[in-house]
Design a protein. Structure first.
Length: 661
């Protein structure tokens, strides 16, 4: 390993690109030694600072490429960072052939997981793993958990395997091996601890790890084997971390251990954009940086190169209502621009019409759909805008998710409705025959298939005849018979109750809604909200046939969309993106801030919701339009709403409030 002292060259040329940085950016790049926290506000050139800093370290020969550890959260970000560093060096500084070969392969630039895996490939033997260990994907993990639960006689219905796995992963994100879990409590969590111990033992037997292990085993490696820890920490002369506000506890502990010697660690992040607490991100990591590294240099990047003055003024004064922040105020030398538009509307349908009209007006003024976005707090909100855009012939794309009618839970629910409407719809029948699980396996399906084909009848009729012939026994027979009886009963409701009520009954009696209620994955509640939105949407149709025809047409129209498209996505998916014109609908109490966040996390939940609002506003470059509806229809009943508290926190001098259309 090359010694830093022999690399450093006081006379090495400075990158010419450094002169193009603003004073704060330059300070962040030049403060190479010691702990540095770069508080990089939205649109302030964070990536430029990170890449220039790496290039500066290399160009000044303070370290070889292999002595720089740079961690990001995505492989895409890592690739982009590497490419930009190489470009900076090639355009500002001419490395010799040996240096160029090393620079083009910044071998320790990657995600937390990829770096953790690389370390374990080299040193995992001491923990009982060979260098060829396998990394399990989510399906393999769940399958193994189910096997272990069966072996330990733990009921999967009362303690869903996905819930058990989620609890185990949360412990791993906290850096807790089974022996250090002391507050498992009772019920499913206690059973999860039993499975956690067996799971880790089985993984070692299989010479396998899951993603959580890639850092968890690193922590064990560093704490149990001081020599290995010293070797690895001394290898890295400089550590750089992107999006530090999104780190969980395991990542935080890992970084602290690696930087414990030289403390040459530079963390770049924005406490005001910490919006992933629901998946383990710990905002306290960035808030206590100066306590962790006494004497650390803190550089605030506050000059924004993205948005107008009014947009920044609104965002900055909104986020100032949070207590848990280090504090900074974004500003720009560009024009003030138009004020943030806040529009009060009668209901959700009027809101969708309003946004559609605004999009068309912007198009007529020469704006491109590619530079517009609708950012929603909850996934179910996308349906109204998708259908409005389809009606107007406006191309759209859903970023970070599926279109409303393509989502699993909606396809499943629609499949039930298709079988109710048309018993011979074999594709729909096959989709839901074992959803939720009824103990109907592949062999049973093949038997039904074969009989239906041989007799040229539908699968529904084939199932009925096979039951009458006694081809199925016991629980399987009971399950299939109950399903067919249910379909007959639901068909009898047509013309007696409206289709929204019928759908509600199907979702309850089939057990489908309860299946998602039993899930504890982060997206389970969103799926339930989508089902509510489906029921709400059906109130607009006179018959089940009309609704199913609409779904078919919507799906076909969406698939044939081409050309420029407006983006629709959740606020969480929008982080890191920017658009000329951003629409932020649904700013109502209970929806935004979301009631679940307030109920589960109290003030900290409210502050994360406010950070989410800040992220939404700062995605806009030229225009930002916020809207809220006085009422929305939930389960075919009108529900009155009050405006989000965030609207009252927006500064009057930067907004323009309009009521009605």
């Amino acid at each position: 390993m090359q010694n830093t002292a022999s690399i450093h060259d006081e006379n090495a040329p400075e990158l010419s690109s450094i002169a193009k940085l603003n004073p704060e950016q330059r300070a962040a790049v030049m403060a190479v030694d010691g702990a540095v926290l770069v508080l990089a506000g939205a649109g302030t050139g964070k990536t430029r600072v990170l890449t220039t800093r790496i290039a500066h370290i290399l160009a000044s020969r303070k370290a070889w490429p292999g002595q720089i550890l740079a961690v990001t959260f995505t492989n895409k970000a890592a690739r982009e960072m590497g490419a930009r560093v190489e470009s900076l060096l090639n355009s500002n500084y001419k490395p010799n052939e040996n240096e160029q070969r090393q620079i083009s392969t910044l071998s320790w630039l990657g995600t937390f997981h990829s770096i953790g895996a690389k370390i374990l490939r080299r040193h995992g033997e001491v923990l009982g793993f060979t260098s060829s260990f396998t990394i399990l994907d989510a399906d393999d993990q769940l399958r193994l958990i189910k096997q272990l639960m069966s072996e330990h006689n733990i009921d999967d219905k009362q303690n869903p395997a996905k819930m058990v796995l989620s609890i185990i992963q949360s412990w791993k994100d906290q850096g807790l091996i089974p022996e250090k879990v002391t507050d498992a409590g009772f019920g499913t969590a206690q059973k999860a601890l039993t499975i956690y111990k067996a799971y880790q033992t089985r993984l070692k037997t299989l010479n396998s790890m899951d993603f959580g292990d890639l850092l968890l085993h690193n922590l064990t490696l560093f704490t149990k084997y001081p020599d290995i820890h010293r070797e690895i920490s001394e290898r890295f002369k400089y550590i750089l971390v992107d999006e530090y506000q999104d780190t969980n506890i395991a990542q935080y502990l890992w970084l602290r251990l690696l930087a414990s010697g030289h403390k040459n660690i530079c963390c770049v992040g924005d406490d005001d954009q910490s919006i992933y607490g629901w998946r383990g991100a710990e905002i306290g990591n960035i808030l206590k940086f100066e306590k962790d590294f006494p004497g650390a240099t803190v550089v605030r990047l506050e000059r924004n190169y993205r948005s107008t003055g009014n947009i920044l003024g609104a965002a900055s004064q909104l986020i100032a209502h949070n207590n848990g922040r280090l504090g900074k105020t974004l500003w720009t030398e560009d024009a003030e621009g138009e004020k943030v538009q806040v529009r009060a509307l009668w209901d959700g349908d009027e809101e969708a019409r309003f946004v559609g009209d605004e999009v068309e007006t912007a198009q007529r003024s020469g704006s491109s759909l590619n530079e517009m976005a609708v950012l929603v707090r909850a996934g179910f909100q996308t349906r109204a805008f998708e259908e409005r855009f389809l009606t107007l012939g406006i191309g759209y794309k859903v970023i970070g998710g599926l279109r409303f009618y393509e989502r699993q839970e909606i396809r499943d629910a629609v499949a039930y409705l298709r079988v109710v409407s048309q018993p011979s719809d074999d594709l729909a029948f096959e989709r839901i025959i074992n959803t939720p699980r009824r103990g109907i396996g592949t062999a049973t399906l093949e038997t039904i298939h074969s009989y239906a084909r041989a007799n040229d009848i539908s699968m529904t009729v084939a199932t009925k005849r096979l039951l009458e012939a006694g081809s199925f026994k016991g629980k399987l027979s009971a399950a299939l018979n109950a399903l067919l009886i249910s379909f007959d009963r639901w068909r009898g409701l047509i013309g007696v109750q409206n289709i929204g009520e019928i759908t509600d009954i199907i979702l309850d009696e089939s057990g489908y809604r309860n299946m998602w209620k039993m899930e504890t994955t982060p997206d389970a509640q969103g799926r339930l909200d989508n089902l509510k939105e489906l029921v709400r949407a059906m109130g607009e149709f006179e018959s089940l046939t009309a609704f199913l025809e609409h779904v078919g047409l919507v799906t076909d129209m969406a698939e044939n969309t081409q050309g420029a498209m407006i983006s629709i996505m959740t606020l969480h998916a929008a982080k890191g993106l920017e658009f000329d014109h951003v629409f932020l609908p649904g700013w109502e109490e209970g929806l935004f801030p979301h009631q679940r966040s307030l109920d589960e996390s109290g003030r900290s939940g409210l502050e994360e919701e406010r950070r989410l609002a800040y992220v939404g506003i700062t995605r806009a470059k030229k225009m930002c339009t916020i809207s809220f509806a006085g009422s929305r229809r939930i389960y075919n009943q009108w529900q009155s709403n009050i405006p989000s508290r965030f609207i009252s926190e927006l500064p009057q001098e930067h907004i323009e409030l309009t009521r009605g259309m």
